[in-house]
Design a binder for this molecule. Structure first.
Ligand code: BDR
Ligand code: CA
Length: 320
């Protein structure tokens, strides 16, 4: 079994990614840690509890950071993308399941200490919880198996930022935390817009889920109405990137991605706040902020059809 902590600002694509992990046959979700982002920490935690309860995901939910550890680009939450409640404004009663008393960063540290080298983190929101966990235990890089981050953009194939010309939302929402995590020596893979925007879903994809994935398909259909309305307004078509499930797909099937390796910096201030820059020639310059930083893997290409097939095939297990 592959063991994972799912660190999430659970909005629409995060919920799809959680279901991907839940129905993947070889995965054991150890914990869900929430962070502010797509919605407030109160709503992202409520959403995590609701999805767990509705789909029988019997794992502890730990409430995490309510804001960034440093400066951020913008404030508030993207209710125009994910709805005010973060789940496309579908209505649901408050879940009876409650969050644990322990905080997210503490939970990450405790799980990593209890099972050294065994647990991965798939982080699909701002990296505030992981940065705090690193402060609690600087040995975390030796204790976690792997970290896969959805975030960033490296300007491949004309892909630019989604919250500024150069910045992606998860990085821009807490760039200091991201710079810290990507530079701490953890085995990190960054799954950014360069590949998530190449992996798109449309109404036909949702129809297939509705037909094959039981209640999970119905839920995904319902929460994506708002999401598709937003993307249709921006791009003129009812289709959108598969962001957070791409991080899960990489974690499950890394052979579907092409990566480059090198140190990554996240710009923490100024007009380029949140920009992620891969230093491929860090020993070339006299003064170099990339020098002596550990390498990350950065996804630069993807077999998008195979990723989508993996998602559909996995979710079909929900319909059986
Ligand atoms: C990322 O930002 C959030 O809105 C999404 O859930 C995803 O994690 C995309 O930039
Ligand atoms: Ca997310």
């Amino acid at each position: 079994m592959k063991r994972v902590i799912f660190d999430t600002d659970i909005g629409i694509d995060d919920a799809m990614a959680l279901l991907f992990l839940h129905y993947a046959p070889t995965v054991q979700i150890e914990a869900i840690t929430t962070v502010s982002g797509n919605a407030s920490i109160a709503n992202t935690t409520r959403n995590a509890l609701y999805v767990c309860e509705r789909f029988g995901i019997d794992v502890p939910v730990y409430r995490g950071a309510s804001g960034p550890i440093g400066q951020a680009l913008g404030s508030g939450h993207p209710d125009f993308v994910h709805g005010a409640n973060g789940l496309g404004n579908i209505e649901f009663a408050d879940p009876t399941k409650t969050a644990e008393l322990k905080g997210a960063a503490e939970a990450i540290v405790e799980l990593a200490e209890a099972h050294p080298g065994e647990i991965s983190v798939v982080a699909v929101g701002r990296l505030s919880n992981l940065a705090k966990a690193l402060s609690l235990n600087p040995r975390l890089p030796e204790l976690l198996k792997e970290v896969v981050v959805m975030g960033g953009v490296f300007m491949r194939r004309n892909h630019g930022g989604n919250v500024s010309p150069v910045a992606e939302a998860n990085m821009a929402g807490d760039p200091s935390a991201a710079d810290r995590v990507l530079g701490c020596g953890l085995p990190v893979t960054v799954v950014g817009l360069d590949v998530t925007q190449e992996t798109t879903m449309d109404e036909q994809f949702i129809d297939t889920l509705q037909a094959n994935a039981g209640d999970a398909g119905r839920f995904i259909h319902d929460i994506t109405r708002f999401y598709f309305d937003f993307y249709a307004g921006v791009d003129g078509v009812r289709a959108c990137p598969i962001h957070d499930s791409s991080a899960v797909a990489y974690w499950l099937a890394p052979h579907l991605y092409t990566v480059e390796e090198g140190p990554v910096r996240v710009i923490a201030e100024g007009i380029a706040m949140g920009q992620t820059i891969l230093g491929l020639t860090p020993d070339r310059y006299e003064s170099d902020a990339w020098l002596d930083r550990p390498a990350c893997k950065v996804c630069i290409d993807v077999d998008a059809d195979a990723v989508k097939a993996l998602y559909l095939e996995t979710l079909a297990l929900a319909g059986q």
